[in-house]
Design a protein around this ligand. Structure first.
Ligand SMILES: NC(=O)c1ccc[n+]([C@@H]2O[C@H](COP(=O)([O-])OP(=O)(O)OC[C@H]3O[C@@H](n4cnc5c(N)ncnc54)[C@H](O)[C@@H]3O)[C@@H](O)[C@H]2O)c1
Ligand SMILES: [Zn+2]
Length: 276
């Protein structure tokens, strides 16, 4: 069913475009959507696009009229294996990524891998970073599976972790942030020029190094290269991301776990990801 056909069926359906990429996750976009939407409390929002789109659509759904129902239809690999799953919605502010948001679970997530047919290779590669993250946490080489099974396995793993700690209150959900403290710091340090998945690939490298584990899988599958970023800005962003305590998700034989790491080691690991 095309959007046009849907519109014929349901004249009440309206479509609202958001900018492509990270630019969608901006307060101004949210404000525009709040004013454009003409739905009541019984209305629904469908977030159709990559993780940037579903993050902002979900946040608008969480806040419009104090919350309306929504459905996520991810169209990127990042979205299918990660961003559209788990109820975290949010936007960026001048201070950093995902600093404003809400837990607001979609009623449903429709994952149709055929949308990936048009996805550029570099976006697919970015998605593989989240797949590798998931496989490392699950203790299973999920990246070896055929695409459809790989997506299903990653989505199922994330859903199982989320369901055990939906609002990240008990810390169990935190393991999904493997590599992400560094990734968010690099994204901020690059002025958000860096793709999230590419930042995650580098973040995994740092997390595995600090865990004393092999980085072979990350290097073979993702081949991350140090990036240009402002070291101090990245470091400040990392401290803000941690909100004070330098507890990082590390990888052990039993999967991910939260552990305090000395500040100097964290700083050194971050610096190794940045090109001179
Ligand atoms: N909420 C969460 O739990 C969670 C988890 C992981 C990531 N995220 C967020 O997701 C965002 C990254 O998502 P992303 O990697 O999907 O990037 P994205 O949404 O920015 O999309 C990347 C690019 O792909 C294009 N695109 C989307 N679908 C396409 C398709 N089928 N064919 C061709 N092009 C297509 C988009 O227009 C965009 O230019 C980040 O902001 C990250 O913070 C959120
Ligand atoms: Zn991620």
């Amino acid at each position: 069913v095309t959007l046009h056909e849907l519109q014929l069926l349901r004249p009440a359906l309206s479509t609202h475009l958001v900018p492509s990429g990270e630019a969608a996750k901006a307060p101004a976009v949210v404000e525009r959507l709040w004013s454009e939407l003409e739905i009541g409390r019984d209305g629904w929002i469908v977030g159709f696009g990559g993780g940037s789109t579903t993050d902002v659509a979900g946040f608008v759904a969480a806040t419009h009229l104090r919350g309306v129902r929504w459905v996520a239809v991810p169209t990127t690999l990042v979205g299918m294996v990660d961003a559209a799953i788990g109820g975290k919605t949010g936007i960026n502010t001048a201070e950093g990524k995902n600093l404003v948001g809400a837990f607001h679970f979609p009623q449903q997530v429709f994952v149709d891998p055929s949308f990936l047919a048009t996805l550029p290779d570099e976006e697919r590669q970015a998605g593989m970073a989240e797949v590798v993250k998931t496989g490392l946490l699950a203790g299973s080489e999920l990246w070896e599976l055929p695409e459809v099974e790989m997506i299903r396995a990653c989505a199922a793993f994330k859903a199982s972790v989320v369901l055990a700690d939906p609002y990240e209150r008990e810390g169990r959900r935190t393991i999904l942030n493997l590599g992400h403290t560094f990734a968010h710091a690099l994204e901020a340090g690059s002025g958000y020029e860096l793709r999230h998945g590419d930042a995650v690939a580098l973040g995994l490298l740092a997390a595995l190094r600090l865990s004393g584990r092999s980085t072979d899988v990350v290097e073979e599958l993702l081949a991350p290269e140090p990036v240009r970023a402002d070291r101090d800005r990245a470091w400040q962003a990392l401290l803000r991301d941690k909100k004070g305590e330098l507890n990082l998700v590390l990888l052990g034989d039993e999967g991910g776990y939260l552990s305090p790491v000395p500040e100097a080691d964290v700083r050194r690991a971050l610096d190794e990801l940045i090109a001179d």
